[in-house]
Ligand binder design. Structure first.
Ligand code: NDP
Length: 414
């Protein structure tokens, strides 16, 4: 009987990770470092050689063996065959947002739980919306399955931070600002720290923030603010749309205003402006020498691979939430700043990936651990805001992303 229960537990912690980029690499390394939760790790991606390179690094660093596969996750029948062959308890989608719906469909057909770090995007339009994935709620629920959306840093930890503040410091949140600063220097004239296509689609889309019950749109990169980031120093940050604003507005309905800010250096802005002006960031097809090409795909092919930036990137990331609202202890309106600071070189030393991949891959591992251990459980499609933040926050402290919370003198003055 005891042996049977043990075997069942082992089977429950078998996981299939899809996507062998920087985020997938970090998540798989961190899973291998936690064999008590992840008893068996399988890694599939479009290019098997990338899975093999990760498996080799994981073996060298942790002694754990990982099985690898070649897979185009958009071929649902192939995906279903692989899931049936492996029989995982959970599929962790760390490929690109375009694959989200196909992988969710594969999970529904095979009866397996699902997790990702970025919401679905249609290829022909840079729209960041949960509606396509939320629409699958009833199908997941009927099958008794769980899908957890957006378990990276932002989205992901930024929502858990907000819910922690709501549980432990503030009765209500009136205003919320998410500040994402990458103070890292990779020594290249222009490169992106995660998938260039996804990154450039995100920053060239119009900015949107939540105010008085609706989204307010402003032109991309048109609202700029200087902010002095701990461990980094003063940086220009820009108002942007980011997908967690949609789920935060839904789950913290009293919020009057929610904004997302990201820092960009002057060199990055200069290059991006030129690329945009000459049409290189377009996502509609153009004819080149008789073939259709998407300019942004071509640009991705000539830019440095984010994974190649790891060895040269120095500096820190500093990502957090500033929330103002009515204090839980009845002492009036208070403002709190909760954040994590992550060092690029330390992240690279631990997993062979820089801090942008690290700060996403670690929360993906933690979200998976929440599901596999049953700390977070539900039937249907869920966002991070819907669960108790405490066990997730504990694991951030234990697994490389420690956080701090401090009270500020008052709300932001911008
Ligand atoms: P990468 O581009 O480095 O890696 C993506 C991987 O997915 C690549 O290995 C790629 O294969 C693989 N892939 C692409 N298409 C398919 C497919 N059809 N089938 C199977 N595999 C496929 O991206 P990152 O690692 O930087 O990012 C991974 C995800 O994390 C993205 O969705 C990104 O948006 C998200 N992210 C989330 C963040 C957050 O904080 N929430 C922050 C940063 C990223 P190949 O190598 O062959 O191209």
């Amino acid at each position: 009987m005891r042996l049977f229960a043990g075997l069942r537990r082992m089977a429950l912690s078998k996981v299939l990770v899809i996507g062998a980029g920087g985020v997938g690499s970090v998540a798989v390394h961190k899973m291998a470092m936690n064999p008590g939760i992840f008893s068996e790790i399988h890694l599939a991606s479009r290019t098997k050689a990338k899975c093999d390179a990760i498996a080799e690094s994981v073996k060298a660093r942790t002694g754990v063996d990982i099985a690898t596969y070649s897979l185009d996750a958009e071929e649902i029948s192939e995906l279903v065959k692989l899931i049936e062959k492996i029989g995982p308890k959970l599929v962790v989608n760390l490929a690109l947002p375009y694959q989200d719906l196909a992988i969710m469909e594969g999970c529904l057909r095979t009866g397996v739980d699902y997790l990702d770090t970025a919401n679905y995007e249609p290829r022909d339009e840079a729209r960041f919306e949960y509606k396509w994935q939320w629409a699958l709620h009833d199908r997941f629920k009927e099958k008794g399955l769980m899908a957890l959306l957006g378990s990276g840093f932002d989205p992901g930890v930024t929502s858990v931070f907000a819910m922690w503040l709501k549980k432990h410091r503030l009765k209500t949140i009136r205003t919320l600002d998410i500040l994402d600063c990458n103070g890292g220097d990779h020594g290249q004239a222009f490169a992106t720290n995660f998938n260039p296509e996804i990154n450039i689609r995100e920053v060239t889309a119009p900015a949107r923030h939540w105010e008085d019950g609706a989204f307010v749109e402003t032109p991309a990169m048109s609202v700029k603010q200087e902010f002095d980031f701990a461990a980094v120093g003063p940086k220009n940050m820009y108002l942007m749309y980011h997908e967690e604003l949609e789920s935060l507005a839904k789950f913290i309905p009293e919020m009057q205003r929610a904004r997302f800010w990201m820092t960009f250096g002057d060199e990055y802005i200069k290059h991006l402006t030129v690329l945009q002006n000459v049409g290189m960031t377009r996502i509609d097809p153009v004819i080149y020498e008789g073939h259709e090409i998407i300019p942004l795909h071509f640009l991705k092919a000539v830019l440095p691979e984010p994974a190649s930036l790891g060895p040269t990137t120095k500096g820190k990331t500093n990502i957090g939430d500033i929330a103002t609202g009515e204090a839980l202890d009845g002492s009036g309106e208070k403002t709190f700043y909760i954040r994590n600071i992550c060092d690029h070189e330390e992240a690279y030393a631990e997993t062979g990936n820089q801090a942008v991949s690290y700060t996403t891959g670690v929360p993906a591992m933690i979200g998976a651990a929440m599901m596999l251990t049953g700390a977070w459980r539900g039937e249907g499609v869920f966002n991070m805001e819907e669960f108790d933040p405490d066990p997730f926050m504990d694991m951030l402290n234990e697994h490389g992303l420690p956080w701090t919370v401090e009270e500020l003198g008052g709300p932001l003055d911008f």
